[in-house]
Write a protein that binds this ligand. Structure first.
Ligand code: ZN
Length: 369
């Protein structure tokens, strides 16, 4: 690849961001996650109780022992979700109720891992600065994000502190829930949910907080009775003390029900149970179909994402019969991963793909100022 990227054209661009994008900001990749599930570094009383419960589950169900490699997160969540979701056991001990407790604790632990380290990336900032300038007060870029973390949001705010983000679904600002939801802004479709969202199962309101991982802060999804399933001695008072936040800080701003996290897990059959997901997936397909230019950053088109792959294919073809000569321009940015090139070329057709295997820094070095 020798040519420079011409940004003078008023293309509309949709970025598709995978785990490799967050890696640029120093977050762990998914395959590093499972070892962190039982890490001793999480050591508050709540954390220790969670580690103990997850260890017990992995030992009982997957035959895992200290020092052995852990099962993949996909395998763990698929087994838990498919059993609990259909009201079935996973062996005599793991009833749907216990499995749902394991799931809540594992998700909380994943949020702790996401919260563990972060650093701003100059390369991400440069990409955003070059692509996310409003033209005639209108943004010509949008984002389809497969990650739960808020690396994109943090960088968008750093590049432009006044930025508004449109999550493409009805949602409320956690700090100002009574202000009407903003419609204008940079469209960001978080396809699997987000760590800065919490959801109320009663009034079905979704809340976000742009600069912090709301799910983690509110200890969303942690329930007293879950802990007693694994340790009968865990008292109410111990739980409240260990949690370290008052119950009112975990309440829905509208109906006072306790909020929970709002993410779709790694499970192959992801549960898109809430109205937010229908809206997000609808808008993602529309944004992709309307864009002339797609940029995949750190996304390897895994087989498990078959629903997303279908959405991409439908978006690619939606109006291709009307403009056959104007194929979408598809750029794929990965780091040293040539097998991904093959996957993209086989899925989208080889002539549409421009491939960068030197990571985001290589891509940024070719951007025109
Ligand atoms: Zn509510």
């Amino acid at each position: 690849m020798t040519h420079n990227i011409d940004r003078n054209l008023p293309l509309s661009t949709t970025f598709v961001l995978g785990a490799g994008f967050s890696k640029c900001a120093d977050l762990p990749l998914q395959n590093e996650f499972s070892s962190l599930l039982v890490s001793e570094e999480f050591n508050t009383d709540i954390d220790k109780a969670i580690t103990q419960a997850i260890k017990e589950f992995l030992q009982d169900v997957f035959g895992w022992r200290e020092g052995l490699e852990l099962p993949s997160l996909e395998d763990v969540f698929t087994c838990v979700d498919l059993s609990a979701g259909t009201g079935h056991h996973l062996g005599i001990k793991y009833t749907p109720k216990v499995l749902r407790a394991v799931r809540r604790m594992a998700i909380y632990r994943i949020f702790s891992v996401l919260d563990r380290r972060f650093s701003y990336s100059k390369d991400i900032e440069k990409v955003l600065m070059s692509s996310c300038k409003p033209i005639d007060a209108e943004y010509r870029c949008s984002f389809v994000v497969l990650n739960w973390d808020i690396v994109l949001e943090k960088h968008l705010m750093r590049v432009n502190p006044d930025v508004t983000i449109d999550y493409c679904c009805p949602c409320y600002d956690w700090d100002n829930p009574h202000t009407p939801p903003k419609q204008a802004g940079i469209p960001v479709c978080k396809m699997h949910g987000s760590s800065n969202w919490v959801y109320c199962d009663n009034c079905k309101s979704l809340f976000f907080h742009l600069s912090e991982k709301l799910s983690h802060r509110t200890k969303a999804g942690l329930i007293k009775s879950d802990f007693r399933l694994f340790n009968e001695k865990f008292t109410d008072r111990q739980f409240d003390a260990a949690l370290g936040i008052s119950p009112s800080e975990r309440e829905c701003k509208f109906c006072r029900n306790m909020v929970s996290s709002h993410i779709a897990t790694f499970s192959y059959r992801k549960s898109f149970r809430t109205p937010a997901y229908s809206s997000i997936w609808y808008h993602a397909e529309k944004l992709l179909a309307d864009s002339d230019h797609w940029v995949f950053i750190g996304y390897s088109l895994p087989e498990a994402d078959y629903e997303l792959k279908h959405l991409l294919k439908a978006a690619q073809l939606r109006v291709s019969h009307r403009k056959p000569a104007e194929k979408k321009r598809i750029e794929v940015i990965v780091r040293g991963d040539l097998s991904t090139r093959n996957k993209f070329e086989r899925f989208f057709g080889p002539e549409t793909i421009e491939f960068y295997d030197g990571g985001l820094s290589e891509y940024v070095s070719r951007l025109r100022e």
